[in-house]
Design a protein around this ligand. Structure first.
Ligand SMILES: [Zn+2]
Length: 361
């Protein structure tokens, strides 16, 4: 990273301060939204959810047209990072920021053309004088960060290679749990369901299997039905794989570290042998897909031993809250946490994965 002094004009300075103000307002608003949602509905809002709301936010607050969209996205990313730090027990719960706490903005996607002689182009602010006291490779600069502190302006330039996530640097982690009702729940409160077309074909498969068992052994009809069933079986297996590929891709794209349990918790499944064997097979496949996709992307997968992940309170008090399968909500008598049972388990899995990782490093 390189740091140079920045010499904005009075007018540019005002624009920068106004940008800080707007960004801070967005940050605090987004934080409040996360807190309210969590309190009222027990679910965590994710970065992507908030990012998707940005266009609406801009429509309702036209003054935000004066801030570059990447800068706004970065504000939400900072908030997300603050939550990750909190969840990983590296920091306290994210705070609302006053004007002394919010004095920098980041352009995460710099271009070579943003640099010309002793000037840097800050979108929506303009060309600002930069005291480059040493030569640097403008084409490699990926991130521009502008900071005001001690009454002066600094610009930090980060090269592209530094921004790429290395195998050791983890910025966001997620825990995933095999859900009771949904296929997968994540520690961020996201649910992956089996799509309806897949449920349908699985239902059809089940019916055909039952029909086959009623046919007379050795009969021609039974042989025919058996072949048909095999075809359908392959078809459903492929559909299932397809879906698992999509889920694993989506997780690996968004997270640097994914934590999951070693073994499927078969006791969690409804008393249905087919459902159970499908779940087992799916879990194993998902683990495989996640592993190689993570490896190819330079990311991490950690498997943790499943012990009390569904019973333990993830709110930090560690109370064991016993609940049978019909109970959807984890309600902690000690700390008062109320949260979806599968999300509670996923958070425990995340914590355990992070513990294992810290011990290893
Ligand atoms: Zn608790």
């Amino acid at each position: 990273m390189l740091r140079f002094r920045l010499k904005p004009t009075k007018e540019q300075e005002q624009k920068l301060f106004y940008t800080f103000y707007l960004c801070r307002k967005l940050y605090n608003q987004a934080l409040e939204e996360r807190i309210t949602y969590y309190r009222e509905k027990g679910i965590s809002i994710r970065y992507t959810d908030q990012q998707n709301q940005l266009p609406t936010w801009k429509q309702e607050h036209p003054e935000y047209k004066e801030v570059h969209s990447q800068v706004l996205q970065n504000v939400l990313q900072r908030l997300d990072q603050a939550f990750v730090n909190f969840f990983e027990k590296r920091a306290r719960f994210p705070k609302f920021k006053n004007k002394f706490m919010f004095r920098s903005i980041t352009y995460p996607q710099a271009r070579a053309r943003y640099f010309h002689e002793n000037q840097v182009y800050l979108p929506k602010i303009g060309w600002v004088r930069m005291m480059a006291h040493q030569p640097f490779d403008a084409a490699s600069v990926k991130i521009i960060n502008v900071k005001f502190h001690d009454g002066r302006w600094d610009v930090n330039l980060t090269y592209g290679t530094e921004a790429v996530v290395s195998r050791t640097e983890i910025q966001n982690a997620v825990g995933i749990d095999l859900g009771v009702l949904s296929l997968i729940a994540t520690s961020e409160g996201e649910f992956f369901e089996n799509p309806q077309w897949l449920q349908k074909s699985e239902g059809r498969l089940k019916r055909k299997q039952r029909q086959l068992s009623r046919k007379k052994k050795g009969s021609k009809n039974r042989e025919k039905a058996k072949q048909k069933l095999q075809c359908l079986h392959d078809h459903v297996a492929n559909q299932r794989k397809d879906h698992l590929h999509k889920i694993s891709r989506s997780l690996v794209d968004r997270y640097d570290l994914i934590c999951m349990e070693d073994l499927p918790v078969t006791g969690m499944m409804k008393n249905d042998r087919l459902a159970k064997s499908i779940a087992n097979a799916s879990w194993g496949k998902l683990a495989t897909y996640l592993e190689y996709k993570a490896k190819n992307a330079g990311k991490h997968l950690i498997t943790v031993p499943p012990h009390y992940t569904s019973q333990r309170c993830s709110g930090g008090c560690g109370t064991i809250v016993k609940k049978n399968l019909s109970v959807r909500l984890h309600q902690c008598p000690t700390c008062g946490l109320e949260i979806d049972r599968d999300v509670n388990a996923a958070i425990n899995i995340l914590h355990r994965g992070l513990e294992i990782r810290h011990q290893a490093s």
